[in-house]
Design a protein around this ligand. Structure first.
Ligand SMILES: Cc1cc2nc3c(=O)[nH]c(=O)nc-3n(C[C@H](O)[C@H](O)[C@H](O)COP(=O)(O)O)c2cc1C
Length: 190
């Protein structure tokens, strides 16, 4: 039994990425894993102010918002499932701010390369965009988001189990069965 943290990065509770996340959560529970669900838009999260104190201490200086609880959930989890739509070829602001606020909790600065502070954990990425495949990959939409998500997780020492990406979501308003199957397969690897 693993501790799974599901992070909803879309405001839309019935959107494509949230639907994929709900499916992943159902499969994880069926497999006997313990699941915690965080909806980022329900949380009060200040913007990172770039003071860099967290790189020394491993903790953010803000103590008056929901970030300490989220940070603890990430530290406690074995597997993080991040559901994040593509906004301007990247993650939405609320997800980007999560990465910014997690900086010093996730890695230590050294004179050379950063040293990960969350090694041993793994992640699954669920994403969606309106550009059809394969253009979303070729022209940097899903591939742009994936690059940024990988940068955060890799630097934190968190390795990837796999990614599921849906394209053409303006036309295809439902998650294709093949994508649900892929999610199930990834959950079986936890
Ligand atoms: C502010 C904003 C920016 C977006 N930027 C892109 C983009 O750069 N490329 C793209 O293919 N789709 C883009 N989209 C479309 C979303 O990725 C798409 O609607 C996706 O299905 C949203 O995920 P959700 O259904 O889980 O909310 C954007 C949508 C919004 C609202």
């Amino acid at each position: 039994m693993k501790k799974v943290l599901a992070i909803q990065g879309s405001f839309r509770n019935n959107g494509i990425t949230t639907t994929m996340l709900n499916h992943a959560v159902d499969e994880a529970k069926k497999a006997g894993h313990e699941v915690e669900y965080i909806k980022l838009h329900d949380k009060n999260i200040n913007y990172c102010k770039g003071c860099r104190k967290c790189f020394e201490t491993g903790e953010c200086v803000f103590k008056d918002d929901d970030m300490a609880g989220i940070s603890k959930s990430i530290k406690d989890a074995d597997v993080i499932i991040l559901a994040s739509p593509v906004y301007w070829a990247n993650v939405p602001a609320v997800v980007k701010n999560l990465f910014d606020r997690m900086s010093g909790t996730s890695m230590e600065e050294t004179n050379t390369f950063p040293k990960p502070r969350l090694s041993g954990k793994r992640y699954i990425l669920l994403t969606a965009c309106s550009t059809p495949m394969p253009f979303a990959e070729i022209f940097g939409q899903t591939s742009g988001l994936k690059r940024n998500v990988k940068e955060y997780f890799k630097t934190s020492g968190i390795s990837c189990i796999g990614t599921v990406a849906c394209g053409n979501t303006t036309k295809c308003k439902e998650v294709p069965k093949a994508k649900f199957n892929k999610i199930k397969k990834l959950i079986s690897k936890i």
